[in-house]
Design a protein around this ligand. Structure first.
Ligand code: MOS
Length: 736
């Protein structure tokens, strides 16, 4: 019986967090730990001709200074190609490929002494010419092999674009741009490396303990079994803690050299450049339609940035392939090499900026056709995946549109632009579609019944702060037949069963399925024990006639025949009973197209004189399969919608083209929404049953919240003011 899943129970790790007992990476007490501070390059390209470490070496407390001139040599490791095997900066040569690149490491007895030591290292640079401006070098754009980590082709072509344009009553094309954006999780990246003989333990702020172990072992040239990664609590990742970055390996190398545990924590400034970011995007979107609003042509051409030494694609065009059933749809992705760090996964990579451009273009089309923006979406509702010609595993977007519009009061909106003044403000309302793929990977879990009748369930996985502990506890409780407070779930450790990275919104579907299957397997084992135990009141019943409910075996036919799990365990000599599961996706991923969908609505108030924009209301309606905890789900979706505010109005990593450096590498000048910027946000969870997507029926909600939200806000600004700004963020200088 499923009594716990979906319930809005509080976070099981909440009390630990609010009392400070949940230890984040840098807080793990490790005796005799030395503190490491990175030295970062201050030029974007060239060489470190020399590094004078004499003053640093004599500074109080300093233990060692590593530079490219004395750092231990590492075995050559594969680099480039896949984003999870990208080139790291490990002090193996004097090359500088971007500003804020690690080029040295100072170790000291305290963080303060290490920081002082790092300041005293004098670097003489041999600079070289560089370019950090995407727009300056668009002609050098090249086509990458794939559009993103999912393996989608870089280009796609359906039908005939020219024919679609010729058939259109209206066709228009516009350029939309989004700036470099930086993740900025509250918890900085941090690593503590501890060697015991040949065995390495890493406390690491990572979204993937197993991929982290694999990568570190590969770079150090040691067996993965010799590396244990521990990461019980993470203060946000948003993709930046997905790949393993240079500082993790450097901490391990330094600890080995020093023969002492080493702690390395990045400063906020160091988090701008060396650990990924969302690159700038140039997106040309063209839409053609009949006079009735049926799309006849879609074109979505993206140019974005990669580094001089590695490849990452922000796959902005993927939704243009599947969201609307135009018979003609063409997408391309190209890259320009810049002398900046390699961009990386950032919450809804591709879908977030891509959906922004596509959904603004849809809004523009609706006005030129004098059609309601929502009506235009409904006219172009894809009943199957138009690109792959496959059915959806489930799609409840129509219900999202309906429920969101109703709650928002969309039908009361005056369709005319710049027509809703309120005192000193112009009020506007906009909407957009949200969409994110439902992904799933192989995952394992183990469920163990303890002698007292409670269960311990373990899987390697991660909790980025979103509620993994809580939903896994709920899933396990239902699968075994216990109450949630009878289950302890542990995660964040490579000693637990193998699980995938917490990226691509896949943790709930992947590891949730493994936890459910392990719990069910444990339940079956326990029932077998009960019905074959002569001392049990359930003895002799068929296994199918016995259930476990609230920690008791119960006969289905005669509910008075029951016995607690603890009683059975007592007769079995206090032994634990365990069951494992290996949950793999099947061929459903080839038979169905699987996506979560949503509808975002926003209202803005724009100061008539100053152009200041306040988002005054947001409603998001989402259908993402089974919702495993309506409270944590609501929070996560709301967080995604808040990201939309930041993207639409604030976030902008500014690079000085003359010096190649980020000039706002701090939270005072890199603006993210604060409480004052965030209005009342309503999240509607649209009921959806999906029998195909995963064993728990969940699609994942980590990223869909920040697809469509920026477009809804920008579309609302147009409705309020009559001014279309296509370059993000929409700051007041762009609006006046
Ligand atoms: Mo997410 S950007 O897939 O961690």
């Amino acid at each position: 019986m499923e009594t716990s899943v979906s319930q809005p129970i509080n976070r099981v790790d909440g009390p630990l967090k609010v009392t400070g007992r949940a230890l984040y990476t840098a807080e793990h007490p490790v005796p005799n730990v030395a503190h490491a501070v990175l030295i970062m390059s201050t030029i974007p390209k060239g060489r470190a001709a020399s590094m004078d470490t004499s003053a640093a070496g004599k500074s109080p407390g300093v233990l060692r200074v590593f530079t490219p001139f004395n750092a231990p040599k590492l075995p050559p490791s594969p680099s480039g190609g896949s984003p999870t095997s990208r080139k790291l900066n490990l002090l193996q040569d004097d090359q500088i490929l971007y500003s804020n690149q690690p080029i040295g490491l100072v170790l000291a007895d305290t963080f303060e002494n290490a920081t002082r030591g790092a300041e005293l290292v004098h670097i003489r640079y041999a600079p070289q010419p560089f370019n950090v401006v995407l727009d300056k070098d668009l002609n050098s754009a090249f086509t990458p092999e794939k559009a993103g980590a999912g393996g989608d082709p870089a280009n796609s072509s359906r039908g005939d674009h020219q024919a679609g344009v010729a058939a259109a009553a209206a066709y228009s094309e516009h350029l939309y741009t989004t700036p470099i954006q930086t993740h900025n999780p509250m918890e900085p990246h941090a690593t503590i490396a501890v060697w015991e003989g040949s065995k390495l333990t890493l406390y690491d702020a990572t979204q993937g303990v197993f991929s982290d172990r694999q990568r570190v072992a590969q770079v150090l040239g040691i067996p993965p079994e010799d590396v244990r990664v521990i990461s019980p609590y993470i203060g946000g990742g948003f993709g930046s803690k997905g790949p393993t970055w240079s500082h993790v390996v450097l901490a391990a190398v330094a600890a080995r050299e020093l023969n002492r545990p080493v702690k390395l924590v990045l400063t906020r400034e160091q988090m701008f450049g060396a650990i990924g970011f969302r690159g700038r995007t140039h997106q040309t979107v063209g839409l053609g339609s009949s006079s009735q609003g049926n799309l006849t042509a879609i074109r979505h051409d993206t140019i974005d940035q990669t580094s001089s030494f590695d490849q990452f694609v922000e796959p902005c065009g993927l939704q243009a392939r599947m969201l609307y059933p135009s018979p003609n749809a063409h997408t391309t992705h190209k890259l320009v090499r810049l002398d900046l760090g390699t961009p990386s996964f950032m919450r809804a990579p591709g879908e977030c900026p891509g959906n922004y451009a596509l959904e603004c273009a849809m809004d523009e089309l609706s006005y030129s056709l004098k059609l309601d923006p929502l009506a235009l979406r409904l006219k172009n509702y894809a009943e199957e995946d138009p690109e792959k010609k496959r059915p959806w595993s489930s799609k409840s977007l129509r219900e999202c549109y309906r429920a969101g519009a109703e709650r928002f009061g969309w039908s009361k909106r005056n369709p005319a632009v710049r027509a809703t003044p309120e005192g000193h403000y112009l009020v506007g309302q906009g909407m957009a579609t949200a969409c994110y793929p439902a992904r799933r990977s192989e995952s394992n879990a183990i469920a163990t019944l303890r002698p007292d009748g409670t269960a311990l369930v373990e899987a390697g996985t991660q909790d980025l702060g979103t509620g993994t502990y809580t939903i896994m506890t709920q899933i396990a409780a239902d699968a075994i037949g216990l109450a949630p407070n009878q289950v302890t779930f542990r995660l964040g450790d490579t000693d637990f069963p193998k699980t995938p990275v917490s990226g691509g919104s896949q943790t709930a579907a992947s590891t949730g399925s493994a936890v459910k299957m392990a719990g069910q397997a444990l339940r079956e084992k326990l029932i077998q024990l009960a019905v074959t135990d002569p001392a049990s009141p359930l003895h002799g019943l068929g296994a199918g006639d016995v259930t476990i409910d609230g920690g008791n075996f119960v006969s289905a036919a005669n509910p008075r025949k029951k016995e607690s799990l603890a009683a059975l365990m007592a007769r079995h000599g206090q032994n634990e009973v365990s069951a494992t599961a290996d949950a793999k996706p099947g061929d459903e991923q080839d038979r169905y197209s699987m996506y979560a969908f949503g509808a975002q609505f926003a209202e803005v108030r724009v100061d008539m004189d100053l152009g200041e924009i306040q988002v005054s209301r947001m409603v998001g309606a989402f259908a993402a399969g089974r919702i495993l905890n309506t409270k944590t789900a609501r929070s996560q979706l709301m967080g995604g919608m808040v990201w939309g505010i930041g993207m639409a109005l604030q976030e902008n990593t500014m690079v000085d083209p003359r010096r190649g450096r980020v000039v706002n590498a701090n939270l005072a000048e890199y603006h993210v929404p604060v409480n004052r910027d965030v209005p009342a946000i309503e999240v509607i969870l649209v009921h959806e049953d999906d029998p195909y997507v995963s064993a728990v029926g969940a699609k994942g909600i980590g990223e869909i919240g920040n697809t469509g939200s920026a477009a809804a806000i920008v579309n609302a600004i147009y409705h309020a003011t009559g001014k279309r700004v296509r370059d993000l963020p929409v700051t007041l200088d762009r609006l006046i």
